[in-house]
Design a protein around this ligand. Structure first.
Ligand SMILES: [Zn+2]
Length: 115
């Protein structure tokens, strides 16, 4: 069924993406609720929402003097039509490329770089 929502998504999720090089300042993420199938879109500002991760130094002298080894995003999402909270967790490499993710209560449908 080609719904209004799908056409709306074509507008928001069109081919205007900045490409997959991980350098765009934001991500658009779409998740689907396990309970009711509602699509929830969110925008993630990498600068503000990604938490720097440091590998535990074997040598304490390196403590926090090295650059981040990766980034973590943890975000709770709530749809407009359903009361189920979805917990999104994403892991990024040092170049902010998405490496793994988990979604509690839903599943990840789409991730795009965004200006
Ligand atoms: Zn739901």
């Amino acid at each position: 069924m080609a719904t209004f929502l799908e056409r709306l998504q074509e507008i928001f999720w069109g081919e205007e993406s900045a490409g997959g090089n991980g350098m765009a300042p934001a991500l658009r993420v779409k998740v689907e609720c396990d309970q009711c199938g509602e699509m929830i879109c969110t925008r993630i500002e990498k600068v503000y929402e990604l938490q720097e991760q440091f590998e535990l130094p074997e040598d304490e002298e390196n403590n926090h003097s090295s650059p981040a080894s990766g980034y973590l995003l943890a975000k709770e999402l709530l749809g407009t039509e359903c009361p189920h909270l979805i917990c999104l967790t994403m892991h990024f490499a040092a170049d902010k490329e998405l490496t793994e993710h988990s979604v509690e209560g839903g599943k990840l449908v789409e991730v795009q770089d965004s200006d």
